[in-house]
Design a protein around this ligand. Structure first.
Ligand code: FAD
Length: 417
């Protein structure tokens, strides 16, 4: 049994803590937020992510809260089909799930409470030292305001503290973080059920993109289904968006998509939250007894809807490597090797696709409008696109993710109720 620290209680950290506790390790999870809450908009859960949640025994409550998504469908303002990717073109049984990020958070955190994991909230880990075969953690306690206090000595530390991780930045691993000039405004709105089938997008060039995604239910609020709205915006145009006023923006949206009934639920600009993205690249993800997972290790733009899924696969793979390899340093090196092809493919594909959907380039959007629709109708291309969306590709031409057998993770330590 190892003493393991997990830094960050998002999807990656919470799932990782659950897998490691289930494997019999003594796990402490540190979360900066004093009272973590179910925040965020809709995320798209892919078959790969659902497989991991099934291994944790948590898929049923997730399915209850989600909205099944069978395809990703996008058109230009004039109605030309730009994207039509259907999960069934990869596997007739497969589908995605529009999910409230807060529902995923709540299901994972409820499981943490009954899994014998020490959860220490209000603790911002500021520094990690490695010496004498141990990792030592130092924190700012956000409740007592005590700075740089030693919070424990661990055999291994998992850094899962998100895109803007300072702990990752301090590691001696070659890394590059590039902020995207573009982001998105998002809002959660009541869903009247008129949008069927999954994520719907509308595009004008690559400058305007509207997305609507049935998102299921906020945690245990099963009477009021919600819909996520996303509006692409370049970060340096946010002020201009605020200055132009809500009515002018609604007029622009309606020129792109006939969604009057959805827009009537937006009455104040504060209902829309702006989110920015960054691209995180690391040469590998381990350093001695420390490993980075989730957005902290490989954040991308959200074009392919993979953030939470990659984080979940990371968590499961890490537990598997620690189970297979008794020496911590070697287990973490094995983790980096195992995750390489899958992560590199999705990082590369997100980077390649982003300018076609979020940029000022007319060449990119014209190419997209001409080529992508017909490609979606070609059997081989559409199968590859569906496989990419499903989250299981590990290479441009060949290669698919081999996820471990769920049964190997189902030891009865974890209770979900
Ligand atoms: C508030 C919030 C809202 C989001 N909303 C959406 C959304 O609407 N749609 C979407 O697709 N994705 C959203 N995401 C991103 C999505 O959750 C992630 O891409 C995905 O789940 C992978 O998560 P992660 O665990 O790697 O990182 P994150 O979800 O970013 O979690 C990182 C966690 O680490 C904690 N933390 C950070 N620094 C420290 C530290 N030094 N010490 C201790 N704890 C620390 C943070 O408080 C956070 O809880 C959101 C993320 C956050 C944090």
């Amino acid at each position: 049994m190892l003493r393991i620290a997990v830094v960050g209680g998002g999807t990656a950290g919470a799932a990782s803590a659950l897998f490691l506790a289930r494997a019999g390790h003594d796990v402490t999870l540190f979360e900066r937020v004093p009272q973590p809450d179910a925040v965020g908009a809709g995320i798209l859960l892919q078959p790969t992510g659902m497989h991991v949640l099934a291994a944790l025994g948590l898929l049923d409550p997730i399915l209850e809260h989600g909205a099944r998504s069978d395809r990703l469908f996008g058109t230009t303002a004039s109605g030309r089909i730009v994207l039509d990717v259907r999960y069934r073109h990869h596997d007739p049984e497969s589908f995605g799930l529009g999910l409230h990020r807060g529902a995923l958070f709540s299901v994972l955190w409820r499981a943490l409470q009954t899994a014998g994991i020490q959860v220490r909230t209000g603790m911002e880990i500021r520094r990690i030292e490695q010496r004498g075969g141990k990792t030592l953690l130092f924190a700012l306690n956000l409740q007592s305001h005590e700075t740089d206090s030693a919070v424990g000595e661990f055999d291994c530390t998992v850094i899962a503290d998100g895109t803007r991780s300072q702990l990752r930045a301090a590691l001696p691993i070659p890394q590059k973080v590039t902020a995207y000039p573009w982001g998105a405004l998002w809002a959660l709105l009541p869903d009247d059920g008129s949008l069927q089938g999954g994520l719907r997008q509308w595009f004008r060039h690559a400058q305007q993109m509207l997305g609507l995604m049935p998102t299921g239910f906020a945690y245990q609020q099963m009477n009021s289904p919600v819909l996520s709205l996303f509006w692409s915006l370049r970060a340096d145009r946010l002020q201009q968006w605020q200055d132009q006023g809500l009515e002018a923006w609604k007029k622009t949206v309606l020129e792109l998509a006939p969604i009057t009934s959805v827009l009537q639920h937006i009455q104040r600009p504060e209902q829309l939250t702006f989110a920015r993205y960054a691209d995180v690249q690391m040469r590998h993800w381990h350093d001695g007894r420390v490993v980075c997972i989730g957005d902290c290790a490989h954040a991308t733009s959200p074009q392919l809807g993979q953030g939470a899924n990659l984080a979940l696969v990371d968590a499961m793979t890490l537990a598997q490597c620690l189970a297979e390899e008794p020496k911590v340093e070697q287990a973490l090196a094995l983790y980096s090797t195992r995750r390489r092809t899958h992560l590199r493919y999705y990082q590369g594909a997100s980077k390649l696709l982003t300018p076609f959907f979020q940029s000022d380039s007319r060449i990119a959007s014209t190419l997209r409008d001409i080529a992508l629709g017909p490609l979606c109708r070609m059997p081989i291309a559409r199968q590859q696109m569906a496989m990419t969306l499903s989250g299981g590709k590990t290479g441009w031409l060949f290669g698919s993710l081999r996820q471990p057998n769920i049964a190997s993770f189902q030891r009865p330590i974890l209770e979900t109720e």
